[in-house]
Design a protein around this ligand. Structure first.
Ligand code: AKG
Ligand code: FE2
Length: 534
């Protein structure tokens, strides 16, 4: 186990030293985005998995030794990031190469400088909204938004400018490499020339993307001062931590139309998000906070900061351009074992090293019993091993830890459908839809919520239809046999549940008019409903 984990770690360490290598770069991108990974496709994927590795479905016993090993590897990763962060971003003496002679102001932040958003879950402590590292920071159940700009218009402009150049250079480099490759293939052919023209126009359209701080020397130099004078004191004033190290940062640029990010937690203890564009520069956008089910939109130069483990997503825009500056900050004495274990487990799963993945997940759960992402991924792992019972247990733990997200409960319902238990599945879908409470039908609701609710309504209706059909057939048989067991009860069930199911199908048809499956289901449900009324 240790070997494979070490190999994976080597490749991640390498990623930090080689930021623009595309493969590793994407790898890092995925690590930054730890999403609620229990999805429908995972459930459907069961039959596609090789069966040779699925014979042992028992839970591997994690020994104290392997826990210690995993923990020491995670600690090593943390130390590497801390050292890397200090090397890249800490202030060097006489370093003022950002062209500005201004003495920066050492702000004294007070509560009045911020609007705070309570993300603490419900009164019973459910929700785990600030994540498992919350105990390390004060006010972890709050997100803070600055009342005033933290960066000047000029500073925002300069950062965007450098990010644009960095992204364009990256694209250019990529395209040159591709050109070299394709030139070898179709030297001077007409097709080759056409491709070159297409590439040239792609550059002039200034495709946006993300620029990493490691490729932005000017912004990095400017940050060495600004971190100490503005950002770290600000974070200390809000979260009471003073062993902060900037580990990584990016400038994200979106051009309309752009899609929302997946809901994720960051690879950070604390995250700073500074708006570089003015609100009037785009439509849509903002940062969606899952536990609030709300999108926070801040104006140019303003800042939003939160525990990295708060589930959130940058929202797509439908007009204009939106730039944000995101800084990922670590606490030197907080190695964040659980999120590191999760990231590691995802890599092991990707490499189909399921046993290793389980060991790492179990180690994470030892230190963070309430980490919903660890439970979710454990559920996925059980499904890959064709162990639906254990999967349901893990998804249930994920749901208990973070009932804000409905994906774990939907996964349970889907497992129950596959196990031919539509009535039990329907109860889970009902719970999901009760919790969503039609929020997805609001005009500004998130696409991900819309998608999840659409699926839950459709599948709930399908389950109700299956049960109603069963009741109907039973009633018909009993009529023939003149054996009056209790058809009234069954018809009462059909009346109540089909009415709800028909309503749900109609709601789905509003979003997907003329969808043939839904129309067929609706037809059948209306017939059964009429029969139940007689
Ligand atoms: O676009 C935003 O507001 C959020 C960006 C973000 O969450 C990220 O890049 O990790
Ligand atoms: Fe993020």
């Amino acid at each position: 186990m240790t070997d494979s984990v070490s190999t994976a770690i080597d490749s991640r360490v390498q990623w930090h030293t080689c930021m623009y290598d595309k493969k590793n770069y994407l790898n890092g991108f995925e690590l930054r985005y730890e999403t609620n990974s229990a999805t429908t496709s995972t459930t459907r994927g069961i039959s596609a998995q090789p069966t040779t590795t699925t014979t042992t479905t028992t839970t591997a016993q994690t020994t104290n030794d392997s826990i210690a090993q995993v923990e020491s590897i995670m600690q090593m990763l943390h130390d590497t990031e801390i050292t890397g962060g200090k090397d890249s971003f800490s202030k060097k003496s006489n370093n003022n190469d950002n062209g500005s002679d201004d003495e920066d102001i050492y702000y004294n932040w007070s509560d009045d400088d911020f609007i705070s958003h309570n993300i603490g879950g419900d009164d019973a402590g459910n929700g785990n909204a600030a994540g498992t590292d919350a105990t390390y920071i004060q006010n972890s159940d709050q997100m803070f938004e600055s009342q005033n700009p933290i960066l000047s218009e000029e500073e925002c402009f300069d950062i965007i400018q450098e990010a644009r150049d960095t992204i364009a250079q990256g694209l250019l480099k990529e395209q040159q490499e591709e050109e070299e490759k394709s030139q070898q293939n179709n030297n001077n052919s007409e097709q080759g020339q056409q491709q070159q023209q297409q590439r040239a126009s792609a550059i002039s359209n200034s495709q946006l993307g993300e620029a990493r701080l490691s490729n932005m020397p000017k912004t990095r130099a400017w940050l060495q001062d600004t971190l100490q004078s503005r950002f770290f004191p600000l974070l200390k004033s809000r979260f009471g931590v003073d062993d902060l190290v900037l580990y990584d940062g990016l400038v994200l640029g979106n051009q309309a139309p752009s899609r929302s990010q997946p809901i994720h937690r960051d690879a950070s203890l604390l995250t700073l998000n500074v708006a570089l564009s003015r609100l009037e520069d785009f439509e849509g956008g903002g940062t969606y906070i899952e536990v609030l089910d709300d999108t926070l939109k801040i104006n140019q130069g303003h800042l939003l900061c939160h525990a990295g483990s708060v589930m959130h997503a940058g929202v797509g825009i439908n007009k204009g351009e939106r730039w944000v500056f995101v800084l990922f900050v670590l606490g030197e004495s907080q190695p964040q074992f659980s999120r590191r274990c999760h990231a590691q487990a995802l890599e092991c799963i990707q490499d189909r090293q399921l046993k290793q993945a389980e060991e790492v997940l179990q180690t994470g759960l030892r230190v963070a019993t309430n980490d919903h992402l660890l439970h979710n991924t454990m559920g996925r792992l059980h499904l890959m091993r064709q162990d639906p019972k254990m999967a349901i247990k893990s998804f249930q733990s994920a749901d208990n830890a973070y009932p804000v997200c409905q994906k774990a409960m939907v996964s349970i319902a889907q497992i129950l459908i596959e196990s031919r238990r539509p009535r039990a599945a329907l109860r889970r879908f009902n719970l999901v839809l009760e919790r969503i409470n039609n929020r997805d039908l609001q005009p500004d609701s998130q696409m991900s919520l819309k998608g999840l609710a659409f699926g839950a309504r459709r599948d709930a209706a399908r389950c109700a239809l299956l049960c109603a059909q069963y009741n109907y057939e039973k009633q018909q048989q009993q009529k023939q046999q003149q054996n009056d067991d209790d058809p009234m009860m069954m018809m009462e069930w059909n009346r109540v549940h089909l009415a709800v199911a028909i309503d749900r199908m109609k709601t789905c048809l509003n979003a997907a008019p003329n969808e043939p499956n839904l129309l067929g289901m609706l037809d059948r449900a209306e017939f059964l409903f009429k029969e139940a009324q007689q």
